[in-house]
Write a protein of this length. Structure first.
Length: 140
């Protein structure tokens, strides 16, 4: 007489797999989360830098424009952007700090222009990036 064999898992094998998975899955999920943070934060910082440089280039173009010029560079012409169009989670402000140097006849002075970008990183921490340049008023 031949003995028939059953195919399948026993209850003990099923419990062992459940215990093994409950021990192995949390560290794997933590590792995936850390990998996401390590990947996302540099991308967000690069995007913030690009947004700041883009606005700074607009300001420099306005400074060099024949229709706008140095006197156009005031905070009222560059309002704060609580949300940048197309870039949810990023905000941008522009500030001008003018120094009247009166360099005899060459112009009135210079100003420090700062563009600040604020965003929330992958760890839900608020980050700010400031990029500045100096623009002068010169008489051609």
């Amino acid at each position: 007489m031949t003995k028939s064999r059953r195919h399948g898992f026993t209850l003990i094998e099923a419990i062992a797999v459940i215990i093994l998975m409950s021990v192995a899955i949390p560290p794997m999920m933590w590792s995936i989360r850390e990998a996401h943070i390590s990947r996302a934060n540099p991308v967000l910082a690069s995007r913030a830098r690009w947004l700041a440089v883009s606005k700074l280039e607009d300001i420099i173009a306005d400074r060099n424009s024949t229709t706008r010029g140095y006197n156009y560079l005031i905070t009222g012409n560059y309002p704060a952007e609580p949300t940048i169009s197309g870039y949810a989670g990023f905000s941008r402000t522009v500030s001008f700090n003018e120094t009247l140097a009166d360099l005899t006849t060459a112009g009135d002075g210079y100003m420090n222009v700062t563009v600040a970008i604020t965003w929330t990183d992958a760890q839900a921490t608020s980050q700010t990036l400031n990029i500045s340049t100096v623009l002068t008023e010169f008489v051609p």
